[in-house]
Structure formats: structure tokens, C-alpha cells
Design a protein around this ligand. Structure first.
Ligand SMILES: [Zn+2]
Length: 387
């Protein structure tokens, strides 16, 4: 096990930040994108593929791993890194998002989220403390607090009550985290002695609630801070404004993680507003549905016009898929439901996301982020953003 958690900003360009997150399993150059490995694997690709793509950190889902194969089993294997054979950093979510998504199978009260497994209907209770314990057993490098995920749209009153509950849960989660890390929690195997814990800012689309949530969460004191509850159906300009208002309240010297976002354009716009870390299922899920991201915008490989198109998906892309496969071949693989279709499409989309983040990092270092941003939008959406 290497050094403990640290973060430093190495360059700034406007509000965009180039930084370095140090974890027990290595360094993550930021801004960074985390591929989502829901069940301890990114669907369709191996860890070797992810290494080749330059993935620096994976996200895994606590809800799924808790139900199968179980955090006890993973702890007995020495933690998630050893169990899945991934030696670089891992961030785990709290499990809350999946539980909150199952509206008919769960009830929420002050104690936590009572839910029934989507697998066998068995009853479970996910509390702020339980989310800490599970993630300690998984041994991820970064653990997230359990927050209440509110549906959009929400009234201001409901959003305030939810934001305040998330703060109370954050206090409980931090207290439990410190006890667990100090070895004072019986029955919990701590698989990573240098795990970090991130707090989550909530408050829906209300700037005053976001500001209060950010200030109070920072007052509790976490290694870094995430912005939750966005990308849930609100218009893009609202998401960008809330992101900008929230990062303005968060401390300059702490990493900022925008959860569950988003499109390539969202990533560029969020970096412009001071975000350092992202995760999203979009590149991997869309790949499996035949949607490929290119520098000239999204492409649907199912389209009949690609049936005899011998060009690569993106002539300017140097990923394995674009170096070896034509659009015609990829369309054929998709049409016949060949599993290689998912693999090849996922390789390209993840390469596009990771390569875009690499270009963003370079642009910030050289003080050229603003021109990168303009040319990215001109090429990708052909509709330059004006904010
Ligand atoms: Zn490619």
C-alpha cells in the first residue's frame, strides 16, 4: 500500500484546474474521467484494455457488489483491488443512487434507506454507517457518503428537507468512517487503511440550498467534495450554472467531483467551471447501443448508410477499433448481435472520453483551455456554447 490520499492543483487556466490526486494505489492526473465498472468490470472490456486506453481510475458500484458477491466475500479475498485484479485506484459510490432509483422497492426515513433486493426480494437497510462499512470492506481508495438523491423537479421545501437530511447523514458517515479507519468498528474488515472519504453537496437546482449544503459539508471536513443530484433531467444551462455556483463555494485546495456526468460537451463545460473528476455510463452504455462519439459529433453505427462505408469511425482517432475496423464491419457486427460489437464500440468511446480529458489537461497546462473549448464545441456540436 502506497501513500495516503492527497490532492494538489498544479496549473490553472481561468477556472479550469490541472491537478494530481494521489491515492494508495497510484496517482490520477486531473481533470480525469472514471469508466464505470458496475460489477467490478467495465462491460465488454478487460482491465488490460482499460490499461491500454490509459484509464487511471475505475468506479465500482457498492449496491451491486454488496448484493453479489457480497462485501464479506470480497474482504476475505483481500479487498476489491485483489479480487478483480486491478492495481490502480478505485472509487466506490455509496450504493444510494441505485437504491433511490428503485422507487417501488424502497422507503426512506431518518435512519436510512430500507429496500428489497432486485435479485431475490430480500429486505436490506442501507444507513450512512452501513455504506461506510461496506466500502471499508471493499477497500476502495475513495469512498462516498450516503446522500439522499432527490427526483427532479422538486419543490424548494422538499429540496431543503432532503439537503438537510443529507447533511445529518454526512455527519454520521464521517464519524463512522473515522471510527472504522481507527480500527474501532467490530466486525468490519478494513481492506484499505488509507481510504479517503468524499462528502456530497446536494440542494437540487436552488442556488441558496447548494451554497448552504457546500458550506456545511465542508465544515464537517472530508478529503474532497462531490456535486451530486445533477444530470437528473434539469436543462443543461441550469446544470452548468449550479456547477459554477457550487465550485465557487468549495475550497480551492480540494478535489471536486461532478457525479454521473455526462456528455463530452458537459465535461468540457464543467472543467471550465472548476470540476476535476467525472464518471458516467454514457460512453460504455451508448457503445453497447451502437452510438459512437467522434470529434464531429455522435454517430449511430446501426445506420444503413454505413453498410458499405470502408472508413474508420473517426479518421482522426488512433484507438484499436479505428485502426483496424471499418464502419461497414462494425455495422455488420452490431446487426448480427456479435459480442465483439460491444467490445470494439466500447474501446472507441472510452478512448474518445479519456483522450478528450488528456487534451483538456494539456490545454490547461499551456494556457490554451479557452481556445480548446471553442474548437471542441465547433467540431463536436457545431453549436458553440456562449457561456
Ligand atoms: Zn476510435
Amino acid at each position: 500500500m502506497g501513500s495516503s490520499f492527497a490532492f494538489e492543483v498544479t496549473h490553472t487556466d481561468g477556472r479550469a484546474r490541472r491537478g494530481r490526486m494521489t491515492t494508495p494505489h497510484g496517482v490520477v492526473e486531473t481533470p480525469a474521467f472514471m469508466p464505470v465498472g458496475t460489477q467490478g468490470a467495465v462491460k465488454g472490456v478487460t482491465h488490460r484494455d482499460l490499461d491500454d486506453l490509459g484509464a487511471q481510475i475505475l468506479l465500482s458500484n457498492t449496491y451491486h457488489l454488496y448484493l453479489r458477491p457480497g462485501d464479506d466475500l470480497i474482504a476475505r479475498r483481500g479487498g476489491l483491488h485483489r479480487f478483480i485484479g486491478w492495481t490502480k485506484p478505485i472509487l466506490t459510490d455509496s450504493g444510494g443512487y441505485q437504491v433511490f432509483s428503485m422507487a417501488s422497492r424502497r422507503t426512506i426515513d431518518e435512519q436510512g434507506a430500507h429496500f428489497r433486493s432486485h435479485l431475490d426480494g430480500s429486505p436490506h437497510l442501507l444507513t450512512p454507517e452501513k455504506a461506510v462499512d461496506i466500502q471499508a470492506q471493499l477497500g476502495s481508495d475513495v469512498a462516498m457518503v450516503l446522500d439522499e438523491c432527490l427526483a427532479h423537479p422538486s419543490e424548494a421545501e422538499a429540496a431543503r428537507a432532503s439537503m438537510e437530511r443529507t447533511l445529518r447523514w454526512a455527519c454520521r458517515a464521517r464519524e463512522r468512517f473515522l471510527a472504522v479507519q481507527a480500527g474501532m468498528a467490530d466486525g468490519v474488515t478494513v481492506s484499505n487503511r488509507a481510504q479517503a472519504q468524499f462528502g456530497i453537496v446536494q440542494g437540487s437546482v436552488f442556488p441558496d440550498l447548494r451554497e448552504e449544503s457546500a458550506r456545511q459539508t465542508v465544515a464537517i471536513g472530508f478529503e474532497a467534495y462531490a456535486i451530486g443530484g445533477l444530470s437528473v433531467g434539469e436543462p443543461n444551462p441550469v446544470m452548468y450554472d449550479i456547477t459554477a455556483q457550487t465550485t465557487a463555494v468549495l475550497p480551492e485546495d480540494r478535489l471536486r467531483y461532478l457525479m454521473g456526468t455526462g456528455t463530452p460537451a458537459d465535461l468540457v463545460e464543467s472543467v471550465a467551471r472548476g470540476v476535476d473528476l467525472f464518471d458516467c455510463v454514457l460512453p460504455t452504455r451508448n457503445a453497447r447501443n451502437g452510438q459512437l462519439f467522434t470529434r464531429e459529433g455522435p454517430m449511430n453505427i446501426k445506420n444503413a448508410k454505413y453498410a458499405e462505408d470502408d472508413r474508420p469511425v473517426d479518421p482522426s482517432c488512433d484507438c484499436y477499433t479505428c485502426r483496424t475496423c471499418s464502419r461497414a464491419y462494425l455495422r455488420h457486427l452490431f446487426a448480427v448481435n456479435e459480442m465483439n460489437a460491444a467490445t470494439l464500440n466500447t474501446l472507441h468511446n472510452l478512448h474518445f472520453y479519456l483522450d478528450t480529458l488528456g487534451a483538456i489537461r494539456d490545454a490547461i497546462v499551456f494556457g490554451r483551455f479557452e481556445s480548446f473549448r471553442v474548437s471542441f464545441h465547433q467540431s463536436f456540436s457545431r453549436q458553440p456554447h456562449d457561456s
